[in-house]
Design a protein around this ligand. Sequence first.
Ligand code: NAI
Ligand code: 15L
Length: 266
Amino acid sequence: MKRVLLTGAAGTLGKAMRRALSGWADELVLSDRVDISDLQVGESFQQCDLADFDAVKRLVEGCDGIVHLGGQSIEGSFDSILNGNLKGTYHIYEAARQHKVKRIFFASSNHVVGFHSRETHLDADSPMRPDSLYGVSKGFGELLARYYFDKFGVESALVRIGSCLPKPVDRRMLSTWLSEEDMADLIKRVFSVNRLACTVVYGASNNPWSWWDNRKANFLGWQPKDSSAEFETEVLANDPLLNTDHPVLLYQGGFFATAGHFEDDD
Ligand code: NAI
Ligand code: 15L
C-alpha cells in the first residue's frame, strides 16, 4: 500500500492499529478531530472533523485506501452520532467516490445486530437488529457502503467488530473478543485480496463460544490466530455469574440492548 488514510487515529483502536500496522504502508495518513503529536516514521497527520465535507475531501485526495475508524464509538447524543457517524461516513464515501479511492475498511460494530439473542448464530446475511442509536448509525454506514459499491464500484469490508482490546475482560467478551493483532491482519487481508466487493465480516478472534459465522468471507483468507480461551479462567473468576434470567445476558449486544434511551433521566 502506498498511501492509506486512518481516521479516528487518536482513539483506542487507532492507537493500536498505528502500532500494529507500522511499516505496512509507505505513508499512513492519520486523522482525527483531536491533535496527534507523536508521529512515527511513515506517518503524517491531518486534523479534520468528519462533519466537514470540504475538509474530508482534502483528507481523502491522493489516498489508495481508507481504514475508517473515526466517529462516535458508543451510544451517545443524536447530534454526536449525526456528525461523527451519519455525516462523517457519508463524507468519507462521497469523497472516496470523487477521488476514485477503490477500497474502504469500515469499522462497523456488533451493535448492528445486538438485539439478536445469544442463542442465535449469525452470518453475513442475518438481518440487522441494532441495539442502540449507535448501532443504527453503523447500519446506515453498511447500507451506504453497499450503495456506493453497487452504483459506483467502491469496495468495502463491513467489519462488525466485537470487542477489540488487549484481552477479554468479561464473560460476554469470551464470545466477542477481537485481538489487536487479528484486527491488523484483517486490515492487511482486506487490502491485499484481488476482489473484495462489499463483504460483511464479523470481527472476532478464534473464540470457542462465538455466535458468528464468517464462512461467507472465507475468500479473504483471514485466519484469526488468537482465542479468548486463553483468558477464560481469569475472566470467569473475575466476572461473577449474574442471575441467568437477567436481560443483559439475553442479547448479543449486552448492556447496549438493555439500556434505556440515552437522553432519559433514569
Ligand atoms: P474511540 O472512541 O476510542 O475512537 C474514535 C475516534 O474518533 C476518537 O479519537 C475521536 O476523537 C474520533 N472522532 C469522533 N468523532 C469525530 C468527528 N466528528 N470527526 C473526527 N474524528 C472524530 O473508539 P475506538 O474504540 O477506537 O473504535 C474505533 C472504531 O471502531 C469506531 O468507529 C467504533 O465504532 C468501532 N468499533 C470499536 C470497537 C472496539 O471494541 N473498540 C467495537 C466495535 C466497533
Ligand atoms: C462497540 O461497538 C464499542 O465501540 C466498544 O467500545 C465496545 O463497547 C464494543 O462495541 C463491545 O460490544 O464490546
